[in-house]
Design a protein around this ligand. Structure first.
Ligand SMILES: [Ca+2]
Length: 512
């Protein structure tokens, strides 16, 4: 009887005991933010003081690789801990995320967490597994975004908002932290920005930042795509030819601005555009101008994210929450900052393969530490569950990075990483490919064209010259090919792409 009473008592106080140990998880996630646009990662073109603060007080991961470098699929991998072919969200086009499947927020709720997602969702379906959601619809605009949430009865509603989206998402995240979360539980908040996704419309505070400044051009801005297979030359994501007037702010700007916002917008772009038209630039000079216009707008959007991150970090400090909150900063994939002459993502090349990953966890993660092990968005779900003390389901395919955060890399940590991109035909015409990398060498297979590339990142960090078939690399090539085959079996990749990949995309909407 005594024993039974003891068990009942233990069970009753178990949630409290767990809550005392379980840290809060603040997952800050942006869209298309390249690591090389963060000063802690060595950016040559901007400074991000609040992201740098996370690096200074936490751990910076040098090799966090995305498994499929595109928005929706990366998010689906994070929620499920499974590659795209198993979670069913293989490309951005058409299919909604199947929210009935196992996701880490659902599992965190089971171990006592209160969960929320605020900001970008981008998975078409209504979020499941959250106590609270307030999300952009589709891509969402940079200004005055309608957002999807629930009313007091739990009915899904769309609400209007006025202001700059990065600020609004932050206001909502802070409001949830301050007022709306269940405070007797640990929280997991996914605070997710639209920025700095295309078409890079800066907020009112940053519209003239970098005016009169020349941003350095990347080494490969004038890449001619020789030295690789036919794929690189066939894409449609060049700064020289594929940016439109909307991207370049040569039109009226966002259509849904308030009169006040329009005034501020026009005061910023009006004079700059007038000067541009008078200059009548051609050829190389025009490409250089486009690069400056593009990169400055991109960096202005990043700056707003960094400013708002500062607001959130201040709030954690002021309330003392910082002590027991693990703060993670990441983005759904990397991005081309004019590298190879491009904007956009999708490729297995370094600039889009690498995700930024910064983790601050007072008392656990050594401040100012760097990690060069191969980690991935495939590991995020497992890591969050591990941090919370929850069991990691066997069908998840990644590995918790908790030991790495503690500075102890397991001896059997992965040495190779598998990548797979599916969206072709599709936006920007990047051929389907899969590949493997060990962090130093990379083998890529464009399987629809039966073309291979092999890169030696030590000698050719910009991946300009494939050494596939070069006898000096025959051993490495053989080893990587064996790893590729092994990983495809391990991760249960089907021989043929799933049917949903082959559905013909909808034709683009015609302009009126
Ligand atoms: Ca993205």
């Amino acid at each position: 009887m005594k024993k039974l009473r003891y068990i009942i008592l233990t069970l009753a106080i178990l949630p409290t005991l767990l809550a005392a140990k379980q840290p809060n998880i603040l997952f800050i996630f942006t869209d298309d933010h390249a690591a090389h646009a963060i000063s802690a990662y060595g950016s040559k073109i901007n400074t991000t003081p609040h992201m740098d603060r996370l690096a200074k007080e936490g751990m910076l991961f040098e090799k966090c690789y995305v498994s499929n470098a595109i928005c929706g699929p990366s998010r689906a991998v994070i929620l499920t801990g499974k590659y795209s072919h198993l979670n069913g969200f293989l490309k951005n086009q058409r299919q909604p995320f199947d929210g009935s499947q196992q996701t880490f927020p659902k599992l965190l709720r089971k171990v006592g967490y209160t969960t929320a997602v605020i900001g970008k969702w981008h998975l078409k379906s209504t979020p499941t597994g959250f106590d609270y959601f307030d999300v952009l619809i589709g891509q969402g605009p940079y200004y005055n975004p309608p957002m999807k949430t629930t009313d007091e009865e739990g009915k899904v509603i769309t609400e209007k908002n006025t202001g700059y989206t990065t600020d609004i998402i932050t206001d909502k995240a802070l409001a949830w932290l301050k007022n709306d979360r269940e405070k007797d539980k640990p929280f997991m908040l996914m605070y997710q920005h639209k920025a700095p996704h295309r078409n890079w419309q800066p907020g009112p505070k940053h519209l003239t930042m970098f005016d009169g400044v020349d941003i350095p051009e990347p080494e490969t801005l004038w890449d001619d795509y020789k030295g690789r297979t036919s794929a690189a030359g066939k894409q449609t994501m060049t700064i020289a030819r594929h940016l439109n007037d909307n991207d370049l702010k040569l039109n009226e700007g966002p259509r849904n601005l308030t009169p006040e916002q329009r005034k501020v917008w026009e005061a910023a772009y009006g004079p700059k555009n007038e000067a541009f038209r008078k200059a009548n630039l051609q050829g190389e000079a025009l490409v250089k101008w486009k690069y400056q216009r593009y990169i400055k707008d991109y960096l202005r959007c990043v700056q707003s994210v960094d400013d708002n991150l500062g607001r959130v970090l201040d709030y954690l400090d002021e309330t003392g929450l910082a002590k027991n909150t693990i703060v993670i900063y990441s983005s759904d994939q990397g991005w081309y900052l004019g590298d190879h002459g491009w904007y956009d993502k999708r490729w297995m090349y370094e600039e889009s393969l690498v995700m930024p990953l910064l983790v601050r966890w007072p008392g656990v993660v050594k401040p100012g530490s760097r990690n060069s092990d191969i980690v991935s968005n495939l590991d995020f779900a497992e890591t969050f569950l591990d941090i919370a003390g929850a069991k990691i389901p066997k069908d998840m395919q990644g590995t918790s990075i908790l030991p790495l955060l503690k500075g102890q890399t397991p001896k059997d940590w992965r040495t190779h990483f598998y990548y797979h991109y599916y969206e072709f035909p599709g936006a920007h015409s990047v051929a389907r490919h899969y590949g493997v990398t060990n962090g130093r060498h990379k083998l890529i297979y464009f399987y629809q064209n039966n073309e291979w590339e092999l890169f030696d990142l030590g000698k050719d960090p910009n991946e300009l010259s494939s050494v596939y078939g070069n006898s000096d690399y025959s051993r490495i090539q053989t080893d990587l090919l064996a790893e590729l085959k092994r990983l495809r079996v391990q991760y249960k990749v089907p021989e043929k792409d799933p049917d949903s990949v082959n559905n013909t995309p909808k034709p683009p909407r015609k302009k009126k």
